[in-house]
Ligand binder design. Structure first.
Ligand SMILES: [Zn+2]
Length: 195
C-alpha cells in the first residue's frame, strides 16, 4: 500500500508534489485515500486528457473529465494542471475535487510504473539514489510498526530534495493514518482495467 506512492521517476514525483501544493490539503488527502482504496474505475487516458468514474466512500459514482491544455503525450511535456479543464459530476466548486485528484494520482502512478517518460528521464532516478533508499526504508519501518508515529520521522536526514521528501512522507503518514482508522473496512482487491 505504501509502495504505491513511492516513485521511480523523480520528475513525476516532482510534478505530483507541485500539483499537491496547489490543492487544499483536505482535498489532496481525500484524493489519496480514494486512489489508495481503488476507487478509480473505467479509467481512460489519451494525449488530451483523462476520463474515469470515481466511487466515493458512500458508494456513489462520479464522472471525472480532465482535459489538458497541452498534449501530455509529448515526451518532454507534462501537463500544467492549473491550465487543465476539469469537470466532475460531484457538487464541488473546487478546480480539482477529491475525485479528480484521485484520477490524477491514478494517471501519474500508472505513468511512473509504465515508464512512459523517456528512458533518459527515468535514468535520473530509478529508486537507487540514497535519498530514495532512505525514504523507502523509512516507509518499510513505518509499515511494520503497529503505531506509526510522526515523531519517529526525521525529514532533515533526507538531504536531497527535502521538500519532495517531506511531501511524500506526509502522503505516507496520511494514508497510513487512514488505514488505521478504517482498518475494519473490507479492502477491494480488484481494479478497473484501462481498456
Ligand atoms: Zn468530484
Amino acid at each position: 500500500m505504501v509502495r504505491r506512492i513511492t516513485f521511480r521517476n523523480a520528475r513525476l514525483a516532482h510534478w505530483l508534489s507541485d500539483f499537491a501544493a496547489t490543492l487544499p490539503q483536505n482535498i489532496f488527502e481525500r484524493g489519496i485515500m480514494l486512489y489508495d482504496r481503488h476507487r478509480v474505475w473505467d479509467y481512460h487516458a489519451s494525449q488530451n486528457g483523462l476520463h474515469a468514474s470515481v466511487e466515493d466512500l458512500h458508494n456513489s459514482f462520479y464522472q471525472v473529465e480532465i482535459k489538458w491544455s497541452n498534449a501530455a503525450g509529448e515526451a518532454a511535456e507534462l501537463p500544467n494542471p492549473n491550465a487543465a479543464s476539469v469537470t466532475c459530476s460531484c457538487a464541488s466548486a473546487a478546480h480539482f475535487c477529491a475525485h479528480s485528484t484521485a484520477v490524477v494520482l491514478y494517471w501519474i502512478m500508472r505513468m511512473d510504473r509504465a515508464g512512459t517518460i523517456s528512458e533518459s528521464e527515468t535514468a535520473v532516478d530509478q529508486g537507487d539514489s540514497p535519498a530514495y533508499q532512505a525514504l523507502e526504508s523509512k516507509m518499510k519501518r513505518l509499515a511494520s510498526k503497529a503505531t506509526p508515529s510522526v515523531q519517529r520521522l526525521d525529514a532533515t536526514k533526507l538531504s536531497s530534495q527535502p521538500e519532495l521528501q517531506n511531501q511524500l512522507e506526509r502522503m505516507v503518514r496520511q494514508v497510513m493514518t487512514r488505514d488505521q482508522q478504517t482498518s475494519h473496512q473490507p479492502t477491494e482487491t480488484s481494479h478497473s482495467s484501462p481498456q
